[in-house]
Design a protein around this ligand. Structure first.
Ligand code: ADP
Ligand code: ADP
Length: 228
């Protein structure tokens, strides 16, 4: 589904963020990129949805070179969830989730029904939370809204950058468990970035371990990594 071949990124200031990276992600697979801060995980994620252009190598999604796909169309097929979810502060939660389908030309009624369904899916009862504003939600709840909003366009691919990083440890475990359950039903192709090896081993079908200098040190299943 996603294939990176010989991908490298050197930023304009000379920082080498990623080097000769080969990575394949199968359809329906959840792959975790893990490693210390600054080893190129976020850069890799952003190259997949073309927020950043690679310096070398090629990236294919579904057999198509991402540089040959219109970036707007590309991103329509890719949900993106980041740690500090940028919800629109002056819009109610339901409106936040509806925005993307509306942009894509859905009718208001369809977008609304879909947004309510997604809120329920991520564990936010629309009857309670639809009309709240982002500042009236906890950090964990805002992350759920971020996931719902990313799912709103029903993208086959989800990219998640430290999606559970901004909440306390107990909430994090709950969000991880709920996302795994959700993922079992949805079967999206997911690439998730974390610096937490426990999260990587818990969540990943396969885990890509990054090392300093943006090199891939290992790419294996959790069982293989743990030597089982
Ligand atoms: P990670 O997600 O693993 O923490 P990043 O991909 O964010 O790592 O960063 C990889 C390296 O690239 C780091 O050394 C970081 O400082 C550097 N970097 C990230 N973004 C930029 C940028 N826009 N310009 C220059 N260097 C950058
Ligand atoms: P979590 O365990 O998800 O981090 P919190 O302990 O932060 O939750 O919040 C508990 C409850 O308080 C949630 O139902 C949330 O909606 C509500 N809440 C949090 N902040 C506010 C706020 N500023 N205004 C109204 N309700 C809030």
């Amino acid at each position: 589904m996603i294939r990176l071949a010989g991908v490298g990124k050197t930023y304009d200031d000379g920082t080498v963020a990623v080097q000769s990276l080969d990575l394949d992600v199968e359809a329906g697979e959840l792959v975790v990129l893990v490693g210390p801060s600054g080893c190129g995980k976020s850069t890799t994620l952003k190259m997949i949805n073309r927020l950043i252009e690679p310096t070398t190598g090629s990236i294919e999604i579904d057999g198509r070179d991402v540089t040959r796909v219109d970036p707007v169309k590309l991103r329509r097929g890719i949900g993106y969830v980041i740690q500090q979810v940028g919800l629109f502060p002056h819009q109610r939660i339901l409106t936040n989730v509806m925005t993307v389908p509306l942009l894509y030309g859905e009718s208001k009624a369809t977008a609304r029904a879909r947004a309510e369904e997604l809120m329920a899916l991520v564990g936010l009862d629309p009857a309670t939370y639809a009309d709240r504003f982002p500042h009236q939600l906890s950090g964990g709840q805002r992350q759920r809204v971020g996931v719902a909003r990313a799912l709103a366009a029903d993208p086959p691919v989800l990219l998640m950058d430290e999606p559970f990083g901004a909440v306390d440890p107990i909430v994090r475990v709950r969000l991880q468990d709920e996302f795994l359950r959700l993922q079992r039903d949805l079967g999206k192709t997911v690439v998730l970035v974390t610096h937490d090896i426990d999260e990587a081993v818990k969540m990943g079908d396969r885990v890509a371990v990054f090392a300093a200098g943006g090199r891939l040190a290992q790419y294996a299943t959790p069982a293989e990594l743990l030597g089982r």
